[in-house]
Design a protein around this ligand. Structure first.
Ligand SMILES: Nc1ncnc2c1ncn2[C@@H]1O[C@H](COP(=O)(O)OP(=O)(O)O)[C@@H](O)[C@H]1O
Ligand SMILES: [Mg+2]
Length: 178
């Protein structure tokens, strides 16, 4: 995966598959601690212990059971390559929180990439889901949430091309603020 936005898309697609109707994506850059943290929280069906074990067990990353995916192991690998780690909190019926940390200054650190395109892809694919994005760096916070956006749009369709384009640009300029 060449950038973090694609990892985020992949992890959020798991949340969609898990029937979430609210997906929160939080990105925090901490220059002092030299970390970048990505947190993706959903209110989907969650994972039982067996699934959680399989997702986190490096054995299954290399000798994978057929039909068992790579999304989470790939993100874990990207984080670990940058002195970071991945953690998951999930319970059946209680949703899932996936957190990946990276050392920002690490030479293998991937760029954030086109986060606007990721958000717009998610919205276009599943407009009924509410997405929240929060980006923080030092004193700066950028936030967008589709539930609020939809209320503002009244009878306009959030998946119409000009609106998706607006959202994409809003996100990308919001996160490149500093
Ligand atoms: N947010 C989530 N909620 C519930 N289950 C999840 C979630 N994310 C992952 N899983 C479970 O972990 C498995 C592995 O996920 P992943 O590594 O992305 O591969 P894939 O999506 O291709 O199966 C999924 O098939 C699913 O059973
Ligand atoms: Mg997946």
């Amino acid at each position: 995966m060449e950038d973090l936005s694609l990892h985020i898309l992949d992890i959020a697609e798991n949340s969609i598959a898990a029937k979430a109707d609210l997906i929160n994506i939080e990105i925090v850059e901490d220059e002092r601690a030299d970390t970048l943290t990505i947190r993706i929280t959903d209110n989907g069906v969650g994972m039982d212990e067996e699934t959680l074990k399989r997702v986190l067990d490096p054995f299954f990353t290399t000798k994978r059971v057929r039909n068992f995916g790579l999304g989470i192991p790939l993100l874990a690998q990207s984080a670990e390559e940058c002195n970071g780690r991945l953690s998951i909190i999930s319970t059946p019926g209680g949703g899932t929180k996936i957190q990946a940390t990276f050392q920002r200054s690490h030479m293998d650190m991937k760029p954030l990439g086109d986060l606007g395109a990721t958000i717009v892809t998610l919205i276009a694919g599943h407009p009924e889901i509410d997405y929240e994005l929060i980006y923080k760096k030092a004193d700066y916070t950028y936030e967008i949430n589709t539930a609020e956006l939809k209320r503002g749009l009244e009878d306009q369709d959030i998946t119409s091309p000009p609106i998706l384009d607006f959202i994409k640009n809003h996100v990308n300029s919001g996160i490149s603020h500093c």
